[in-house]
Design a protein around this ligand. Structure first.
Ligand code: ADP
Length: 282
C-alpha cells in the first residue's frame, strides 16, 4: 500500500522505495549545461523518440560535451531531447508484463540485465537480488503497464541502488531482449503471450520451467556473413539453445542472435550460456 499523507508525488514514491531521478525537456546546448549545473555532472542526454541499444543516449560528463552531443542526438535540432540525472545504480532489473484487452495481466519473473556499451549482454532469471526486491519490481512493472492501459507485451526496465531503491528506466511496448529467455525458460514465451494479448485470449503461465534461465546475446565480431562458421561445440552444451536471427551481414556490435540455457539455478544457467556463447566460432 502506498504511504500517502499530504506528500508530493515524489515523496510518496520515495517513501515506497521508488526513486525518481530529475528529468527535463532540453531544447538547446545551453539548457543541457544548465541542467548539469543544477543536478550535477554526469547526467544522461536522451532522444525522446526512436532510441534503442543506447543509440539515442549520451552521458555528459563535462559541460564542453553538451554542444557536440546535443547536435549529434538531436540530428541538428530535428529530434526532441530530454536530460535525466545520472542514477548510480548497483544493478539493472527488468520485468516482462503481458496484458490483454479485458485488462487481465500476467507478470514474468524479475530478471537482471547486464549491459556492455549500452547494449544488453546477459539476462539472468530470476535476478540475484532479495525476493522482496524481485516482488517490488514485479509490482512496479505491472503498475506501469496498467497506468498506460497497455495491451500486448511490455518490457519494463528498472535500476536498483545499493540501498534497495528502485527507479523506472523505460518501458518497451513490445517483446524485448530481456524476455528472449522466455522461449525456453518459461511455460509461455513472451511472443506467444504478445499474440494472446492482442487477440484478447487468456494469457499463458509465466513460470520458469526449470527454476532458472540465462541468455547471452551474440554480437557481431567482424564485418562479414551473418552466420557463424562453427557451432558444433555450442550444440554439445546440455540445456543450451541457439537462436540466429538470419541477418545477412554481421558488423561489430550488431545483435546477430542469442543463446539461452536453462538450469536449476541462475548461476548454473549463466555458466552454461556463457560457455556455449564463447565456443561459437565466427
Ligand atoms: P535504450 O532505449 O537505448 O536501451 P536506455 O534509456 O534504456 O536506452 O539506456 C541504455 C542504458 O544506458 C541503460 O540500460 C543504462 O545502462 C544506461 N542509462 C540510461 N539512463 C541512465 C541514467 N539516468 N543513469 C545511469 N545510466 C543510465
Amino acid at each position: 500500500r502506498l504511504v500517502q499523507d499530504k506528500l508530493t508525488q515524489k515523496e510518496v514514491m520515495q517513501k515506497n522505495g521508488i526513486d525518481v531521478p530529475a528529468f527535463q525537456a532540453i531544447a538547446s546546448p545551453a539548457e543541457a549545461i544548465a541542467f548539469g549545473e543544477k543536478y550535477g555532472f554526469p547526467f544522461v542526454l536522451k532522444s525522446r523518440k526512436f532510441g534503442y541499444d543506447g543509440y539515442g543516449n549520451a552521458t555528459i560528463k563535462e559541460p564542453w560535451q553538451a554542444e557536440k552531443q546535443f547536435q549529434h542526438l538531436s540530428k541538428k535540432g530535428e529530434r526532441e531531447l530530454m536530460a535525466e540525472a545520472f542514477v548510480n545504480f548497483e544493478r539493472e532489473l527488468a520485468v516482462m508484463v503481458a496484458r490483454n484487452k479485458r485488462g487481465e495481466t500476467v507478470v514474468y519473473p524479475c530478471v537482471e540485465t547486464v549491459q556492455r556499451d549500452h547494449i544488453c549482454h546477459t539476462v539472468v532469471a530470476p535476478a540475484p537480488v532479495d525476493l522482496a526486491i524481485q516482488k517490488r519490481a514485479q509490482v512496479l512493472a505491472r503498475n506501469a503497464v496498467e497506468a498506460v492501459q497497455g495491451i500486448g507485451v511490455f518490457g519494463v526496465e528498472m535500476f536498483v541502488t545499493a540501498e534497495g531503491m528502485l527507479t523506472y528506466n523505460e518501458i518497451a511496448p513490445r517483446p524485448h531482449n530481456s524476455g528472449h529467455y522466455t522461449i525456453e525458460g518459461c511455460e509461455t514465451s513472451q511472443f506467444e503471450n504478445a499474440v494472446r494479448a492482442v487477440l484478447n485470449l487468456p494469457l499463458g503461465d509465466t513460470s520458469l520451467v526449470k527454476g532458472a534461465a540465462a541468455m547471452v546475446n551474440l554480437l557481431g565480431e567482424r564485418t562479414g556473413a551473418g552466420v557463424p562458421d562453427n557451432v558444433r561445440s555450442m550444440l554439445e552444451v546440455p540445456g543450451a539453445a541457439l537462436h540466429l536471427y538470419g541477418k545477412k551481414d554481421s558488423r561489430p556490435g550488431r545483435k546477430m542472435g542469442h543463446i539461452t540455457a536453462t538450469a536449476a539455478t541462475a548461476e548454473k544457467a549463466l555458466e552454461k550460456a556463457e560457455r556455449a556463447a564463447e565456443s561459437i566460432i565466427w
